[in-house]
Write a protein that binds this ligand. Structure first.
Ligand SMILES: [Fe+2]
Ligand SMILES: [Fe+2]
Length: 428
């Protein structure tokens, strides 16, 4: 049974802490005794060295205590002052927040009042996200272990492992982006609440990959380190890291138009490309195995993840458009073109590394690249941008079916899962 008060069984540590506190008190008591007796030992040279050392320690202790007392007094006075100011502000403005006062960024309305909503769609996203709930432990992985050990070819193993290696790193990056760089800049709580759920979902995705890696018995440290030693995986991660680092700074000021422009570009990249394209068709190589009856457990896990990612992409795109509208942001078409081109270039490198020399049955590097371009056009339309790759073909029309399939049909004969507990959802 799980002990909810001590889930990791750390009571031992608690005892250790108590012991530490006791010995600390004993030291204080001992210092007090020595302080009283040291003057009686003035002529005793044998004791002088010890006595001086104790003098210093006790003096330091007294100084430290005095400083702590002064600091606490200062902090208390400051706290009281700011409480008084806060009280003053509340008294001056006690009217409920008006929806019209809210803004996505740089807003001044109280962020601790959820309603009235200015962005009711954000609240709907949160409610819908909660209908798409699972954990990786819900899915049977037994057949995957057998497939990996006995059925997959070396090329298929190469694809499977490298897709996981890319995804594990990517999902941590996605979590850091939304949780550390984006969420704190939002000034409407309904947006932050969906993003908080998104942070949780990214963590859940990381758990899912870890569960697959562990269940299949892959070398964890090797898989997790792969993005640093495979240049084609590294290039995608570095591109995303560059965008993330440009907006994850304490000194960022979104009232500055250049900074705001950069923030919008970074968010458009993460929502439209990183989540909207790279995740969306990043799962496709493994779905192509699933279509041949292989690695069905992993694929089912990825189907759940893909639905989350489609929602993350569509929510992010909506936020980006709203920021642009509220702040009259004009993005530079050349910078947008560069964003598509550099994303395409690293995706081509990645697809060639995965599948270039040795395509797997029913899926090639060319299919992967063309599918990226096709999805990129869709995300561009959603963002209100020009299509970057006009005429790109839909090479994997079954991919949309993967995202839109209702699991209650139990289509893949895995586990009978009531996937969606609410009404019908549109996942894209
Ligand atoms: Fe994710
Ligand atoms: Fe995501």
């Amino acid at each position: 049974m799980l002990d909810w008060d001590d889930p990791l069984g750390n009571l031992g540590n608690k005892k250790a802490n108590e012991k530490q506190i006791n010995s600390l008190s004993e030291s204080y008591a001992l210092s007090g005794v020595l302080n009283k007796t040291r003057h009686n030992n003035g002529d005793n040279s044998a004791n002088k060295f010890t006595s001086d050392a104790v003098d210093n320690s006790v003096d330091n202790l007294i100084k430290t205590t005095a400083k702590v007392d002064t600091d606490s007094t200062r902090i208390s006075s400051q706290a009281m002052l700011s409480l008084a100011e806060e009280q003053d502000n509340i008294e001056r403005s006690i009217d409920p927040v008006k929806a019209s006062d809210k803004r996505v960024i740089n807003g001044l309305a109280d962020v601790n009042q959820l309603a009235p909503f200015k962005y009711p769609w954000a609240w709907e996203y949160f409610l819908n996200a909660n209908k798409n709930h699972w954990t990786p432990l819900d899915i049977n992985m037994a057949q995957d272990v057998h497939d990996y050990q006995h059925t997959l070819t070396e090329n298929e193993k190469h694809v499977y492992e490298n897709v996981l290696a890319y995804l594990t790193t990517s999902d941590i990056l996605a979590m850091r982006n939304i949780g550390l760089a984006v969420m704190e800049k939002m000034t409407a709580p309904e947006l932050q609440i969906y993003q908080a759920r998104q942070v949780y979902e990214e963590a859940l995705h990381t758990w899912t990959y870890q569960h697959c890696i562990e269940t299949i018995g892959l070398d964890q440290s090797e898989i997790y380190n792969r993005y640093r030693v495979v240049p084609e995986i590294n290039a995608k991660i570095q591109l995303a890291n560059r965008r993330l680092n440009s907006v994850m700074r304490n000194d960022i000021d979104l009232t500055n138009p250049a900074e705001l422009n950069n923030f919008v570009m970074a968010y458009a990249f993460f929502a439209g490309i990183f989540e909207g394209c790279w995740f969306y068709n990043g799962f496709t190589p493994i779905f192509s195995l699933q279509r041949r009856g292989l690695m069905k457990g992993t694929s089912e896990q990825l189907q759940y993840i893909m639905r989350d990612e489609v929602m993350h992409a569509s929510f992010g795109i909506r936020v980006v458009k709203q920021i642009m509208l509220e702040n009259e942001v004009q993005l530079d078409p050349i910078a947008i073109r560069e964003m598509w081109d550099e994303s395409e270039a690293v995706e081509i490198g990645y697809a060639n590394y995965l599948l270039g020399k040795n395509p797997i049955l029913g899926y090639s590097a060319d299919d992967h690249i063309e599918q990226f371009r096709f999805i990129a056009n869709r995300r561009a339309r959603q963002l209100g941008f020009e299509e970057p790759f006009p005429g790109a073909e839909n090479r994997s029309p079954w991919l949309d079916e993967q995202a839109n399939m209702r699991k209650e049909k139990n289509f893949f004969e895995t586990r009978v899962t009531e996937y969606q507990t609410g009404g019908a959802l549109s996942w894209d």
